[in-house]
Design a protein around this ligand. Structure first.
Ligand code: Q46
Ligand code: ZN
Ligand code: ZN
Length: 321
């Protein structure tokens, strides 16, 4: 991870990581401090959380969601976890074990919801039944259940582990298409409104690599394996393109995303407001929606009536957003 003989920028002790975008190396202690500082900066700048909030962290068993849960607990927030069993074969079975172990070892409360157990379908079946790509069926399910579980449990904020790489890749895709509505919604904070809970992304100033290092230094076991349905996903191609630019010009990724938030996002706020004015309640579940029935209830109805489809049949057809 770092050249032999490199020294920490802060204390001159042997370094464990180099961070080219900061043009510096850090020892374990000062690396953790830098990460905490970045999270606090994001929380304060975007008014994400207060110590009175009841926080629900969406946990997948991967590095980002476990790291953000760990950081929020360390920083003194009251944060429970929410794990969704998506039914993506062995991947889901294994990810659940990492999420559970993390919570049990630290005495934290983890809410578990199983798509198959509670709603009668899983992501591979939903993809096949609705002829959607798996990530689209998955995204509809996750968004709906994150919202509904947060509201049901009386949580005031929902936290997700989206990091700088994720957000920059989504921004890259939205910009390539000049998709103004998606660009307008790409904020690290979505305030509570029209029956949706407040949603925040405290890791937007930290990269994937930094989150993996956080987990290693803090002794957090996480699922390294990627979701098998991500194969062929455009999001991964955007990440690879941005990584290449970052390699040649360290700091570009952070500048692309963070300067978008500072300079461009404020110009798009009117577009978000207009899009949310036309919401009504879903006939079936009461969630806010633009039609009579929300996308989740339509998907659950179709997928629930379909015979179960094994994950192997839909692998490789993934595409995000
Ligand atoms: S879990 Fe779901 Fe992701 Fe897998 S099916 Fe796609 S969206 S890749 S974060
Ligand atoms: Zn140091
Ligand atoms: Zn509904």
């Amino acid at each position: 991870m770092v050249a032999v003989g490199s020294k920490c920028r802060t204390c001159k002790a042997p370094a464990i990581i180099d961070l080219p975008r900061h043009n510096a190396h850090f020892c374990a202690e000062h690396f953790l401090e830098l990460c905490r500082r970045q999270v606090v900066k994001a929380i304060e700048k975007f008014d994400m959380l207060s110590k009175d909030d009841r926080v629900l962290v969406a946990v997948s068993g991967g590095k980002d969601s476990l790291a953000v849960w760990d950081m929020l607990i360390e920083l003194g927030y009251q944060a429970d976890g929410l794990y969704l069993g998506l039914g993506i074969g062995d991947y889901s079975d294994t990810s659940a074990v990492y999420a559970r172990n993390f919570a049990t070892e630290r005495g934290l409360h983890l809410i578990e919801v199983s798509l198959r157990g509670e709603y009668g379908y899983d992501v591979p079946t939903a993809a096949r039944a609705t002829k959607r790509v798996p990530c689209s069926a998955c995204g509809i399910s996750k968004r709906h259940l994150f919202d509904s579980e947060a509201l049901k449990g009386g949580y005031t904020v929902l936290v997700t582990g989206h990091n700088l790489d994720d957000e920059a890749a989504v921004l890259f895709g939205n910009t390539l298409r000049w998709d103004v509505e998606y660009l307008a919604r790409q904020a690290p904070v979505l305030p509570a409104r029209n029956g949706f809970p407040k949603k925040v992304k405290p890791l937007v100033r930290l990269t994937e690599r930094e989150m993996a290092a956080w987990c290693i230094v803090r002794g957090i076991d996480y699922l390294v394996e990627e979701c098998p349905m991500a194969v062929g996903n455009k999001h991964l191609a955007y990440k690879a393109a941005l990584n290449e630019i970052e390699r040649q010009s360290p700091g570009s990724k952070a500048a692309f995303y963070l300067n978008f938030l500072d300079n461009m996002a404020p110009l798009l706020t009117g577009i978000t407001a207009a899009a949310t004015d036309t919401l009504q309640q879903c006939n079936s579940c009461g969630a806010p929606t633009t039609g009579d029935m929300c996308a989740f209830c339509r998907l659950a109805e179709k997928a629930g009536a379909h015979e179960p489809v094994p994950v192997e049949l839909v692998i490789g057809k993934g595409r995000k957003r």
